[in-house]
Design a protein around this ligand. Structure first.
Ligand code: GDP
Ligand code: MG
Length: 732
């Protein structure tokens, strides 16, 4: 046979065009290479950078052209890849689509298959990665799966080419059988959607609206899914398009009213529902025992993520964490308190009275000491959080919370930013806000990053601990737990609020993979704990030190006018000369010193700012000293405690009882339980610290960062006022 003859023969053979489709990483390219070998051609789809790969194989009675489509999770119009894949199928009408799915992740991968069925194109399913599936002890009842899906199913291992011959044979046979006739699968999406689909389909059929290119029901479906490409294409036939859009709007409104989710989310839910109902029929058989770790994971999950028991256990674990933190943490905290008291005393003795002494004792030691005193508690809490994270339990927490988060317009992936921000206690909103990048839908991302700063971050914790120790000392763990719970409730309510007002929009269907449980290594836990604790200490030594010194200066200058100073000096002289009883004299002197301290603090710059704010802040029970701390807290929340330390050591109360900051506050007459509660709530909710605001602006825009600053402060103040006013009126 001459070359020309061979060519003629080749051309005379029937041609079969096979498109390879599948999720990214399903093994498409590997299979494509295994089948075509070197006979391939790589180019681009016209005008865009999506790669187009073609190959050929020459079989006895047919000539096969194979196209490797871009990897996609669905056939919507969200990405270029999805559009390319879809338009290729519609424009070039391949004889058959070979959908490659990862057999170890059937549920997720079948989502794309369902969409091929909806389009009606003939499909053969390749269960790839069968080697991995077998290793995991999985067997797939492919006969039953094939019956239920009404398409051939072939097992393959793309890596070693196993099953590729059978796959091609089955694909060619199926292509000939179907003979380019598309038979779209009608899926029921529930009565509301189905009714709309029927009505729209009728209009589309009657008017032959784009039916040359697409199946009628599919066009209707795409209108309901708000598919931009189809809607734009349909735009040219305005009259029909308008009628369709009207039905879509009605349906959407109805869905939002009754189920509170838009049609496209309902459609996605029903697709997953269909997959689940198929897989439930014993399609996946756990044959051999799984690898030990996976087996243990499955067994543990049966009980740790149990629908009813899981959440109860989760709350118990988190509550237990607070209990342990406080009971164990109290011991080293006592040591540190004594240490700082000793340093403070020594410094007072060594440095002569004056500004330097005041700066070192009041500014630096009390300020930074107030923050460092909490290191043991924070380290213990981080230790437990690291354990939960490294063991894989934290991912389960996110998984369980997904059910709740959805109700509030958030997403399962919102749980991580919340937890990182301190949702379990002691995080930081800066990495929390950055972690919102994992959220695919911009609206859910925005809602998450706006509410993550409500969480009790590591810097707010000392404030709560201080106030709780001062006013609720019998119920410390319970109070801390309630504060955390309250933070979540507020975050969710605000998320719901913004998701139903300023950032309304659809939610994304959730798929989350749960990592296997691991016994964390001691080394890993210690490294993680140390990293976070060190970050906290470093901040105390840098930013907080600087802000402490600045605030100390603002709280010291301008000085009390000489006239007032001499007035106090005179009072002291009078006391020294007239009182003979030494105890009485000492008490009187202390009282005079305190009044002088108070007067100079009030006269200082910070005191003036705090006083200027008092007419407003007093509604929430905050006096000018609290105001100083709260304004400073905008720079960094840690500063609140350090400023308290400074403010209460500058203007002394009762030196006998004033051995710790919390007892100083507890013995101050201007404080009561409700002031403390109002302050806790305000600190929890008010403007995020500067660094967080910058991070928010980077992840969204300055507009939203600014919104959060104003909105949160107003919300916090409103709540604080209500608590203080109602509390003091009803119970005091
Ligand atoms: P694509 O994104 O769908 O093109 O996927 P690739 O062909 O690039 O494959 C993704 C990864 O899965 C690669 O590391 C492959 O080596 C691997 N892989 C592909 N097929 C199989 C298989 O059947 N078994 C196993 N164990 N790995 C596979
Ligand atoms: Mg590839």
């Amino acid at each position: 046979m001459t070359t020309a003859e061979a060519f003629w023969k080749l051309e005379a053979k029937p041609k079969t065009i096979i498109a390879l489709a599948g999720n990214p990483n399903s093994g498409k390219t590997t299979l494509f290479n295994a089948i075509t070998g070197a006979r391939q051609h790589v180019g681009n789809y016209p005008g865009i950078t999506v790669e187009r790969k073609e190959g050929t194989i020459n079989l006895k009675n047919t000539h096969v052209k194979l196209i490797d489509l871009p990897g996609t999770y669905s056939l919507s119009a969200y990405s270029q890849e999805e559009l390319v894949a879809r338009n290729f199928l519609i424009d070039e009408k391949p004889d058959i689509v070979v959908d490659i799915v990862d057999a170890t992740m059937l549920e997720r991968h079948l989502y794309l298959a369902i969409q091929f069925f909806e389009l009606g194109i003939p499909v053969v399913l390749a269960l790839n990665m069968m080697d991995d599936a077998k290793k995991q002890g999985l067997r797939i009842n492919r006969k039953k799966l094939s019956e239920l899906l009404n398409c051939p199913v072939v097992e393959t291992v793309a890596r070693n080419g196993q099953g590729k011959k059978e796959l091609i044979d089955v694909a060619i046979k199926q292509a000939q059988l179907k003979n380019k006739i598309w038979a779209p699968l009608d899926i029921s999406y529930g009565t509301d959607i189905d009714l709309a689909l029927d009505e729209m389909e009728e209009i589309i059929q009657a008017e032959d609206f784009m039916t040359v290119r697409y199946p009628a029901r599919w066009i209707a479906l795409k209108y309901l899914e708000n598919d931009q490409e189809i809607i734009t294409l349909g735009g040219q036939f305005t009259d029909i398009s308008k009628r369709l859009t009207e039905i879509v709007e009605q349906t959407k409104e109805h869905c939002l009213k009754t189920l509170n989710i838009p049609p496209e989310a309902i459609i996605a839910d029903y697709r997953y529902g269909l997959i689940n109902s198929i897989l439930k029929q014993n399609i996946i058989i756990q044959e051999k025992p799984q690898q030990e770790r996976i087996q243990m994971t499955t067994r543990l999950d049966r009980f740790l993520v149990n629908r009813y028991f899981g959440p109860v256990l989760m709350i118990a674990i988190l509550y237990g964490m607070f209990q342990i933190t406080f009971s164990v943490g109290a011991i080293p905290m006592g040591w540190l308190e004594n240490l700082f008291a000793w340093i403070s005393q020594t410094a007072t003795l060594l440095i002569p009275a004056g500004y330097l002494q005041s700066l070192v004792v009041s500014g630096i030691i009390d300020g930074v000491g107030g923050v460092l005193g909490f290191v043991p508690l924070i380290a213990i809490m981080f230790l437990m959080i690291s354990f939960l994270e490294d063991s894989g339990y934290m991912a389960r927490v996110a998984y369980m919370l997904d059910r709740i988060l959805r109700i509030f317009g958030l997403h399962g992936y919102s749980a991580m930013p919340f937890i990182i921000s301190g949702g379990i206690a002691g995080g930081c909103a800066v990495p929390g806000v950055m972690a919102t990048r994992t959220l695919r839908s911009p609206k859910e991302k925005l809602a998450t990053l706006l509410t993550a700063p409500f969480m009790p971050c590591g810097a707010k914790l000392p404030v709560f601990m201080l106030l709780v120790a001062a006013f609720f000392s019998e119920h410390q763990p319970l109070m801390m737990f309630s504060i955390t719970l309250f933070a979540w409730i507020m975050a969710l309510l605000v998320a719901k609020f913004v998701r139903s007002t300023v950032i309304r929009g659809k939610s994304t269907p959730f798929i989350m993979e749960l990592p296997p449980y691991r016994l964390p290594t001691l080394r890993g836990i210690f490294i993680h704990t140390w990293e976070r604790t060190w970050q906290y200490i470093k901040k105390a030594g840098t930013v907080i030190l600087a802000v402490s010194i600045l605030l100390w200066a603002a709280m010291t200058f301008p000085l009390l006018p000489q006239q007032q100073v001499s007035q106090f000096e005179m009072e002291r002289n009078v006391a020294l000369n007239t009182l003979s009883d030494s105890l009485e004299r000492q008490e009187t002197l202390t009282a005079i010193n305190n009044r002088e301290g108070q007067a100079s603090l009030q006269h200082s710059l910070a005191g003036q700012v705090g006083t200027a704010l008092e007419p407003v802040s007093k509604w929430a029970g905050f006096d000018w000293r609290t105001n100083i701390a709260l304004v400073g807290g905008f720079a960094a929340k840690e500063v609140i405690v350090s400023t308290f330390g400074t403010a209460y050591s500058l203007g002394d109360i009762d030196p006998e009882a004033a051995d710790t900051l919390s007892s100083r506050i507890a013995s101050d007459s201007s404080w009561n339980k409700f002031t403390a509660l109002a302050m806790i709530v305000f600190v929890l909710l008010y403007a995020p610290c500067v660094v967080t605001v910058v991070a928010m602006a980077k992840e969204s825009s300055w507009r939203w960062a600014f919104f959060a600053t104003i909105f949160n402060t107003m919300l916090g103040f409103g709540m604080a006022v209500s608590i203080y006013q109602i509390g003091t009126r009803l119970f005091a």
